[in-house]
Design a protein around this ligand. Structure first.
Ligand SMILES: Nc1nc2c(c(=O)[nH]1)N[C@H]1C(S)=C(S)[C@@H](COP(=O)(O)O)O[C@H]1N2
Ligand SMILES: [Mo]
Length: 198
């Protein structure tokens, strides 16, 4: 299994509709910032997979790494360009756990109780990663350190900070913001912010 062969076609405009540029990487979350480090952090990857694992920091850091420069778009209308993250590609994780044929969704659960959900197809995009570094430094606690999900092409609420569990599922399960009216698909380039479109 590998990432998508072809990147999804996007608008030629780099800035999605209704967004403005910032440079200070705002912090947004539910207000609980879990106190984690490489001794108490673990990532459980389970559900509809052949080979469920629970990785400690040491095991996670030994997985192949890559670095990606991406843009981040938050539904609160800020976007920041050229953000350099390093981590483990989601498709590397998928190769490790071997999703079963029936696995169609990935449910993300974080240490602060936050949840979010995406299709397995969206997660397998080649720029999706579990990031542990930002601009060459370990990811700070406020931005989800020691490790967070980064799904750069979608609104940032899909990028779970302080990631604790990735569960592969046959059925979808709306997460924290998805249950509160935010879009399930969250595509900034189509202004796909809310589930009820008027
Ligand atoms: N665990 C966790 N992840 C989270 C959130 C949260 O509250 N808890 N908030 C989401 C939202 S709404 C946004 S916009 C981004 C913000 O990431 P940042 O604080 O690194 O900018 O994190 C997302 N991931
Ligand atoms: Mo957000």
């Amino acid at each position: 299994m590998s990432g998508k062969d072809v990147r999804v076609e996007r608008s030629g405009e780099r800035m999605p509709p209704g967004q403005h540029e910032v440079k200070d990487f705002p912090v947004l979350d539910l207000g609980i910032k879990p106190d984690l480090d490489d001794s108490n952090w673990k990532l459980k990857i389970h559900g509809e997979v052949e080979n469920p694992v629970e990785l400690n920091w040491d095991e996670f850091s030994k997985l192949p790494n890559f670095t990606d420069v991406c843009d981040i778009h938050c539904v609160t209308t800020w976007s920041q360009f050229d953000m350099k993250f390093s981590g483990v590609a989601f498709f590397t994780i998928a190769e490790l756990v071997k999703p079963k044929e029936c696995a169609k969704h990935v449910i993300m659960q974080s240490y602060d109780g936050y949840t979010t959900n995406l299709t397995l197809d969206a997660m397998l995009d080649d720029d999706v990663m579990i990031a542990h570094s930002f601009e060459g430094e370990p990811l700070s606690r406020e931005h989800g350190g020691p490790a967070r999900v980064m799904v750069p092409k979608l609104y940032a609420w899909k990028s779970a900070k302080w990631i604790r569990e990735l569960r592969f599922s046959e059925t979808d399960e709306p997460g924290y913001w998805e249950r509160r009216g935010y879009s399930n698909t969250a595509d900034p380039f189509t202004n796909d912010r809310f589930s009820q479109k008027s």
